[in-house]
Design a protein around this ligand. Sequence first.
Ligand code: ATP
Ligand code: MG
Length: 263
Amino acid sequence: MTLLALNNIEIVYDQVFLAVRGVSIEVPENGLVAVLGANGAGKSTVLKSISGLLKPERGAVTRGEISFEGRSILAVDPPDRVRLGIVHVLEGRRVFGHLTPKENLIAAATMHRERGHVTALIDRMFETFPRLAERAKAEAGYLSGGEQQMLAIARALMTEPRLLMLDEPSLGLAPFLVDEIFDIIRRVNERDGVAVLLVEQNATAALEIAQYGYLIENGRILMSGEAAVLSANPDVADAYLGGHQKVDYHAVKHYRRRKRWLA
Ligand SMILES: Nc1ncnc2c1ncn2[C@@H]1O[C@H](COP(=O)(O)OP(=O)(O)OP(=O)(O)O)[C@@H](O)[C@H]1O
Ligand SMILES: [Mg+2]
């Protein structure tokens, strides 16, 4: 079953700047889907259209449809989208720096008044993210970048979402931390059945855990397919998987031709 469907959406900023056009994306129930693309491609804009955060940035969905569990959500305001089960971890790991990890988690749980349930959820987060348990009493502002990213994800999970959207969780992290965080994302997806929409520039790491991927460039979907098929595609390897370090310069002309065809 399809959980989230973007159908041919167009997104405009300031009523004039067309940032996203004709984008269609599907996330199946329990799926793990990656959206890959370079700086400025429109990845964060797409996530904001799903969580409803375009308005404060003077952006709007001007065409197309976004539906969650078969119902249009375009008219639903952001807090109600969270109640429906959509949660968005913004780019740049925003946590309350002067609160401890535990206080950050409590602050994220306002939807659940029942104390026992909140406590159980917090225990579950500390079990899922053991590094946070170790730093439970430190102010979040003093956590490392990776730990802050984990806390940002744990805060989002406190809402018990059906769909977890992550905007570049690997940004600026050492490779071993990226592995650790991506393992946890996979576990949350498999163990708890939370569907994941993962935006990344780190295509290698993202395609390792995703089942399906979309490549976005200049606000349009360039290509989509099973993660394994995308990883094996030479154009994807060249442009997104760091394959350019191994460019055979005799083949460059051919490569350019292929790129032109893709555009
Ligand atoms: N609030 C805004 N007002 C006007 N234009 C914006 C706004 N936010 C983004 N844009 C523009 O929309 C386009 C897509 O931006 P977006 O942030 O979605 O890209 P991105 O793929 O997330 O890039 P990055 O990898 O750098 O985060 C860019 O051209 C950007 O300049
Ligand atoms: Mg972005």
